[in-house]
Design a protein around this ligand. Sequence first.
Ligand code: M6R
Length: 607
Amino acid sequence: MCGIVGYKGKNEACDLLIDALRRLEYRGYDSAGIAIWHKGKIEIGRKKGKVNELGKDVCNKEIFQGSMGLAHTRWATHGTPSEKNAHPHKAGDVVVVHNGIVENYMDLKERLRQDGHKFLSDTDTEVIPHLIMSHINKGMGFVDAVRAALAELKGSYAIGAIREKERIMVAAKKESPLIVGIGLGEYFIASDVPAILNRTNKVIFLEDNDIAVFKDGQLILMNIDGESVDRKVHEIHWSGAMAEKGGYKHFMLKEIFEQPRAISETLIGRIKEEKGQIEFDELKLPDLNTITKIWMVACGTSYHACMIGKQMIEANLRIPVETDVASEFRYRDPIIDKNHILILVSQSGETADTIAAMKEGKKNGAYTLCICNVLGSTLARDCDGVIFTHAGPEIGVASTKAFTTQISIFYLLMLHMGRKLGIMSGDEVRDFIGEIKRIPHKIQAILEQSSAMEELARRYMGYKDFLYLGRGINYPTVLEGALKLKEISYIHAEAYAAGEMKHGPIALIDENLPIVIVSPRDHTYKKTCSNVEEVITRRGKTLLFTDDMDHEMASKVEAIFAVPETIYELEPILAIVPLQLLAYYIANLLGTDVDQPRNLAKSVTVE
Ligand code: M6R
């Protein structure tokens, strides 16, 4: 994964780069490094640990003054997190930061070693500056040497490169994201837009095999063969403030509280109530009457959204839907054809497995549609169709507002398709629209009860294992609730379809196991109530999330939390909010690093 940034302009680069790097820490945070060019010399600083550790060490030192530089925050793939493996890496006078994986690095390293190159790290990246240097040694200019080196790499890369002898910055990408930011008399490179939003909102999304050269105050764009290419400058409507904590202790908490706004913005402009229709400007679906199957494929939280989308679409449109996690889908030779739609869901649009799944779908002739939050991301660019969630930047590693906006999009898509197929009337669609428009207020009501969730968190934070139970459309809700608890509190949590409890997990139940149950009054309600009884009989600690506070069950469970009533399709979008809060408050009370939990990264751009 990793985040890279680069700067070339007239201002001091060090503080700018450290600030931008902090905003990319969601991509990785086990070590960080910086390189600053000044009058023909490059100073490098590297540290194990977070960007803050590096920041404390560098910018106040005179040697780190200069107006061109590169920086990197790492999520280790090859080589343990350590100072020697942190980027930037240097060979001769060439310095490189890299995000991606050089798959043929062992062969390259061996060849370079035989030519006398000495390696200091265990990383795959270190071969890149050595390769560049080997071409320079043969008489090539810097830019040509970068092109020649890149042509030898197998795998993925987004790189920034500088050298001591010239005041030139070079950037390039293939299968890892990289943007160019255009400021006033200054240029940036970054792995993602939020890194530079406080400096500029004008960006170019580089495409695979693009090379950007920053020289003499100018930007030159070319491909790997050195031919000039033209790329559009996009104006980004996210503001710098959207990528700040805004007074909240953590991004995750801010993002949980932003959900009413994020959902409203995802709905805006798409609901045509007078026509009883949903319209997506950006979308041209194939003729739905020819579609025999829909696939929904994603990873993590986005996969849970797919499981909910499946239930909505199958139940209301009677089109068969198959869901799969992208890492399995890509290797199982799925039976796909041109009459299928493949929906890829991804907050970042950069998840490697989901991108591979898209390629698999395209290869087999399916129409690929992505539900994505990031403009200009690989999936948004390469799918046949795209629907954006307008959640705004999601920085917390634990996904929250991306999930509820993805559910909102599935709901709108169901209505859009229902009308196109003639299955739903304008009046029916208007009824459905009426309910989703009430969702932001209902979530607001839940958020206003957040202190009750904090109290609950205090009572249960000491337990080592949790079981989550839900049925039907709330099975994915509990999978997502358990994922939230696991990833930020490091407490083991397992989610089960409530009906499956008797087939194994019931053996775990005793007075040391809190059981979180999501059970609103729908057609599965009575069944789940029986499961609650079974848990109570075995002395399990029951935490019930329901819209039925008057049921006799309320007096039997250990804790109960009221979730506002809604229609079946939208139950998860409400029920997940208290589960997000529960996970957040437990993690916060335990003192974990909520926004950057150990071992994780926000965008999983490697397999
Ligand atoms: O950017 P994506 O939606 O493709 O990311 C998918 C998963 O990596 C992501 O949802 C992950 O599971 C989150 N950490 C969950 O909170």
